[in-house]
Design a protein around this ligand. Sequence first.
Ligand code: 5AD
Ligand code: SF4
Length: 435
Amino acid sequence: MTPKTFKIKSFGCQMNVYDGERIAELLSDRGLAAAGDGEEADLVVLNTCHIREKAAEKAYSDVGRLKREDGSRPLIALAGCVAQAEGAEAKSRSPMIDMVVGPQAYHRLPEMLEQVSRGARPVDTDMPAISKFDALPARRRANPSAFLTVQEGCDKFCTYCVVPYTRGAEISRPTGDILAEACLLAEAGAREVVLLGQNVNAWEHEGKGLADLIREVAKIDGLERIRYTTSHPADMSDALIAAHGEIDNLMPYLHLPVQSGSDRVLKAMNRSHTTESYLLTIEKMRAARPDVAISGDFIVGFPGETEEDFEATLKIVEDVRYASAYSFKYSARPGTPAAVMEDQIPREVMDDRLARLQARIAETQLAFNRSTVGLDTQILIERPGRRAGQMIGRSPWLQSVHVDTDAAPGTLLDITFTAAGPNSMTGAIRQKDAA
Ligand code: 5AD
Ligand code: SF4
């Protein structure tokens, strides 16, 4: 069967969301149409994530669920990081999978579809020297806030992490390609661009670093806001920190995962930063841009983590006063050094620590949100809210903001924060002075 319609389901990080958008453009370019909501598609692409065990298991149960009541099923492409990690193995784990394509090879999906039509079950987990970016069609659609991958892969080898294996070695896209794509996104309606990379602040090209790149992107007509994620603490250069005080379009927000507040655990994680160096970076950021919102990632229950180590993590939440943070239970990933470390932490201990950490994070998050009530600011409208007449936008500090307005997505709206919740804000349109 030659598929006429497709559906893409992306899981995991923003880079996967970006890849999902590019796969959609690629398939559209080849004459396939996106299936509407609730409609069945001839081809389903599961763009998977391998970062934690649950995420990988989910991929296989999602495959199973694609079987229809009448016993038929769509063509199924397993894409993303589970595909990269499992390779041909995925085909034996699930006979429903027709093709397996890794994150650096998805530009070859059209050829793979042809192979499938001839009865093959192709697997492509190469990391080809010719970049997928050169083989993808130009951008034609963009959300008000658009993702743009500028860097991929990781050379850091944190002992818990699969990314160096699923996404490969660090590569930076050339400046010219990034600026060209950013211009197309702006023309297609993006008002904000989020520069993406597994280690985005390690981006470099011809002696230039991320701060230089941001300066160039900031000059593009129509782009009012720039963000970047995810940064590694060891690569936060003084130039990038200074840029936050110098470039108006660069949003006052930094996602800087710390993972643990214990130096002993950080060392075992091979994080190449200490709590002291991390806190110093935050201090410098706040000196450059006093209102910056700090966000982070945490892992609880890394092998050997003691109650004392964990309490040090609670303390760093207090010290940094995170505006938001994500926290996860450690998940042993096959092939990573931490998976074979002694002293794996029992599930109940992890559950207890995660609950305590999340309660602490919720406090600092709410405190941050409350501290902004009464401020006049601008939000970027992204989508309709749950109630009629309500829209949801993003503040410079990445808070979700509910406002009563009929302003269309992509509008930058002047508002005043009127109320704070744990996970979102309420705003009211600011009346312009009559004069
Ligand atoms: N177990 C739990 N969390 C993990 N992360 C990465 N690898 C693991 C793992 N093996 C978390 C880290 C990272 C985020 C994207 O996912 O906190 O910053
Ligand atoms: Fe998941 Fe990491 Fe792959 Fe993103 S790069 S999809 S977080 S495994």
